[in-house]
Design a protein around this ligand. Structure first.
Ligand SMILES: Nc1ncnc2c1ncn2[C@@H]1O[C@H](COP(=O)(O)OP(=O)(O)O)[C@@H](O)[C@H]1O
Ligand SMILES: [Mg+2]
Length: 130
């Protein structure tokens, strides 16, 4: 089974007064199988960041479906999506989005603390980064 199944994905950005509409994604179909490594290439402005933001549930598509391990993230509520992201997705941001006041280790621990993991588990996992 594919781990990611994207069907007819469309993303339109509207300007403030809906005067200009940019179609950043124009009906993308994409399948990724377990164990595959995929690179997405294209010139600046071709929609790579938009695609990744939508595939990871950070941004919403205008239309189309995205199934990750069979679960449709396009129709999930905000809360369900937040939990899904926390449990199943890893994302390396272009801008790091780490908390400056925390160490790298503490930034890693934060996610597990939010997930109410056992403290001994948190220690064990975050120690691997040293
Ligand atoms: N938040 C936004 N509001 C309006 N237009 C946007 C926004 N983000 C991206 N775009 C437009 O969508 C298109 C795709 O951008 P982007 O996904 O950033 O491309 P890439 O990452 O490949 O450079 C571009 O035309 C860009 O100007
Ligand atoms: Mg980009």
């Amino acid at each position: 089974m594919s781990i990611l199944n994207v069907d007819k994905l469309v993303k339109e950005y509207a300007s403030k007064r809906n005067v200009v509409i940019t179609k950043a994604l124009n009906g993308i179909d994409l399948k990724v199988d377990a164990g595959e490594f995929v690179g997405i290439m294209g010139p600046s402005g071709s929609g790579k960041t938009t695609l990744l933001n939508i595939l990871s549930g950070i941004d919403k598509a205008t239309s189309g479906s995205i199934k990750i391990s069979g679960q449709d993230i396009a129709t999930m509520t905000k809360d369900k999506l937040a939990l899904f992201r926390r449990k199943h997705l890893g994302f390396v941001f272009q801008e790091f989005n780490l908390l400056d006041s925390l160490t790298v280790k503490e930034n890693i621990m934060l996610l597990m603390i939010l997930d109410k993991s056992e403290f001994s588990d948190i220690e064990k996992k975050s120690d691997r980064i040293n």
